[in-house]
Design a protein around this ligand. Structure first.
Ligand code: COA
Length: 157
C-alpha cells in the first residue's frame, strides 16, 4: 500500500475526454465485485453507459489521480423516479454508484473523499437524500458514513 503521507492526489470531475479512463476503472470494479456471470452481462454495456453518463446533466463522475494516473472514482446520479420519493414535495434523490479505489490505494481516506464529493454535488443541486446499494464488503464503509438500511429487500426473479 502506498503510504498516506507520500501520496499526493488530485480530485476532479470527469468529462467526456475521460471516457476510456472511467471505463478502465469500472472494468476493474466489475471484475472485483463479480460474480462472473454478472460481469459478463454488464461489461458489454459499460461503454455506452459511460458515454451517456459523461454527457448527462443528472450524472456526475469524480476521479482521483496520483502522479497523473487515475486511481479511483465515484459517481452520482440524480433520480426522479424512485418510488420512495415520488409523493414527496422534493421527489428527487441522489444515487451513489460506482465507488472504486484501486487496491493499493485503499484505507487512506480516498474513498471517503470521493463519496463526499458526490454528496456535496447532490447538496449543491438541492438534493436532500442519498441512496445506494452497498456491496457486502463496503457495508461498514457506508455505515461509518451515516448510511442506514431502509427496509429495502431484494430478490432475483
Ligand atoms: C469501498 C472503497 C471504494 C473504499 O475506498 P477506500 O479508499 O479504501 O476508503 P477509505 O480509505 O475512505 O475508507 C476505508 C476504510 O479505511 C479506513 N481509513 C480511512 N483513512 C485511513 C487511514 N488514514 N489509515 C487507516 N485507515 C483508514 C476507514 O476508516 C475505512 O474503514 P471502514 O471500512 O471501517 O469504514 C474501496 O474499498 C473499493 O474500491 N472497494 C472495492 C469496490 C467496492 O466494493 N465498491 C463499492 C461498491 S458499492
Amino acid at each position: 500500500m502506498a503510504a498516506a503521507q507520500e501520496l499526493s492526489v488530485r480530485f476532479r470531475k470527469a468529462g467526456p475526454a475521460d471516457v476510456d479512463l472511467v471505463i478502465e476503472l469500472l472494468h476493474e470494479l466489475i471484475i472485483e465485485l463479480g460474480p462472473p456471470d454478472n460481469a459478463a452481462q454488464v461489461l458489454p454495456q459499460l461503454s455506452k453507459d459511460i458515454h451517456l453518463a459523461l454527457a448527462a446533466d443528472n450524472v456526475c463522475i469524480f476521479l482521483v489521480e496520483s502522479e497523473g494516473k487515475a486511481i479511483g472514482l465515484s459517481r452520482g446520479d440524480i433520480l426522479t423516479t424512485d418510488p420512495i420519493f415520488r409523493l414527496r414535495t422534493d421527489n428527487r434523490c441522489g444515487y451513489v454508484d460506482q465507488m472504486y479505489v484501486r487496491p493499493t490505494y485503499r484505507n487512506q481516506g480516498l474513498g471517503r473523499q470521493l463519496l463526499h464529493l458526490v454528496e456535496n454535488w447532490f447538496s449543491e443541486q438541492g438534493i436532500g437524500h442519498a441512496l445506494l446499494h452497498a456491496a457486502q464488503n463496503a457495508l461498514r464503509f457506508y455505515s461509518t458514513e451515516g448510511y442506514v438500511p431502509n427496509r429495502e429487500m431484494f430478490k432475483r426473479l
